[in-house]
Design a protein around this ligand. Structure first.
Ligand code: SF4
Length: 367
């Protein structure tokens, strides 16, 4: 068995990333077979439970309030709406529902109580529940765990060095702190990043060093290709080449053998052949549904057709870890503490972000 290493250096990872492609693919596919069934791929559905109006300035994100994009903002969905969507996702073959809210961090109160109820409701449908809600405290992580949360997503996005070129409203250490808070519970960690934001291959390697260093390594690592949305600071970025995506997936697989590597945003731009190579290189999870939060994604029927052609089977829920119990709100051991942790706010100037913010202001004035 390949050993799980937490001491990868950036150079070692870069050397893997830059290997001749056939060698890289062979190595990644071999590691993949040691830990996973190569013909099984997890299908997850991503649900935007609260869209837009986010106070953060992530340069890739159309949900940041300061940029002017075409997305329609929505308040928090109701538990019933979420249940209906989860049932639909289950019927079309998803084993996991990931709920995303465009928040900087979770605040205790009625909205978070509703999210906890959504977690309870979906866990009772025998589906894995994942949330991505921004930064959370240990107490909030415990409350999510108690409600039956299976995974918490909190992406590192890129290397620590390049992070400063992407986001100015929070620091890398905040991301690591939230992951650490989740790790104090029995909730699994989902954390990955985005390629195609203008970073170098060394930054891709740097992100994998940071993820591989975590002990245990994240159970799930999403690899996204930037979807450059008009109005965001990254609207003019050149699309990621499929070869970069394949290399990134293969390198992630080798560096984190046990992890589920998730082929995430950007799949609409990939051919089936390209996606098949990603599966061969070790990707074993996709997001289904026609939207990924706010950006386009292949239709679930197209995905099922692709699965048929490739002889792939959707992964059943809870095969990697048992289903967590759900504790009802009235029996909870944890109370809302109303904490106000001091998450950092570096607020250095990122020219691209400032430019897009200015354009956003002008667009509002001209409405
Ligand atoms: S990525 Fe998340 S935190 Fe950043 S602006 Fe978008 S919704 Fe907000």
């Amino acid at each position: 068995m390949s050993v799980i290493r937490h001491d990868w250096t950036s150079q070692e990872i870069l050397d893997i990333y830059n290997k001749p492609l056939m060698e890289l693919l062979y190595e990644a596919a071999s590691v993949h077979r040691e830990y996973h069934d190569p013909n099984t791929v997890q299908v997850s559905t991503l649900l935007s439970i609260k869209t837009g109006g986010c106070p953060e300035d992530c340069g890739y994100c159309p949900q940041a309030a300061r940029y002017h994009t075409d997305i329609e903002g929505n308040d928090l969905m109701s538990v019933q709406q979420v249940k209906a969507q989860a049932l639909r996702a289950k019927a079309s073959g998803s084993s996991r529902v990931c709920m995303g809210a465009a928040w900087r961090n979770v605040k205790d109160g009625p909205e978070f109580d509703n999210v906890l109820e959504m977690v309870r409701t979906i866990n009772k449908l025998e589906m894995e529940v994942c949330c991505t809600l921004g930064m959370i405290t240990e107490n909030q992580a415990q409350r999510l765990a108690e409600a039956g949360l299976y995974a918490y997503n909190h992406n590192l996005d890129t290397s620590e060095e390049y992070y400063k070129e992407v986001i100015s409203t929070r620091g890398y250490e905040d991301r690591l702190q939230t992951i650490d808070n989740v790790r104090k519970t029995n909730v699994t960690v989902c954390s990955g990043g985005i390629i195609g934001m203008g970073e170098k291959a060394a930054d891709r390697a740097g992100m994998l060093v940071a993820l591989a260093k975590l002990s245990p390594q994240p159970e799930s690592v999403p690899i996204n290709a930037l979807v450059a949305v008009d109005g965001t600071p990254m609207e003019d970025q050149t699309p990621v080449e499929i070869w970069d995506m394949i290399r990134m997936v293969a390198t992630t697989r080798i560096v984190m053998p046990q992890t589920q590597v998730r082929l995430s945003a950007g799949r609409t731009e990939m051919s089936r052949e390209g996606q098949a190579m990603c599966f061969f290189a070790g990707a074993n999870s996709i997001f289904a549904g026609d939207k990924l939060l706010t950006t386009p994604n292949p239709d679930v029927n197209q995905d099922m057709e692709m699965f048929k052609k490739l002889g792939l089977n959707p992964q059943k829920p809870f095969v990697k870890k048992a289903q967590p119990d759900t504790v009802e709100a009235e029996n909870s051991k944890f109370e809302a503490k109303g904490e106000k942790p001091k998450w950092s706010r570096p607020e250095h100037v990122i020219e691209k972000n400032e430019f897009a913010k200015q354009k956003g202001k002008e667009a509002l004035l001209n409405k």
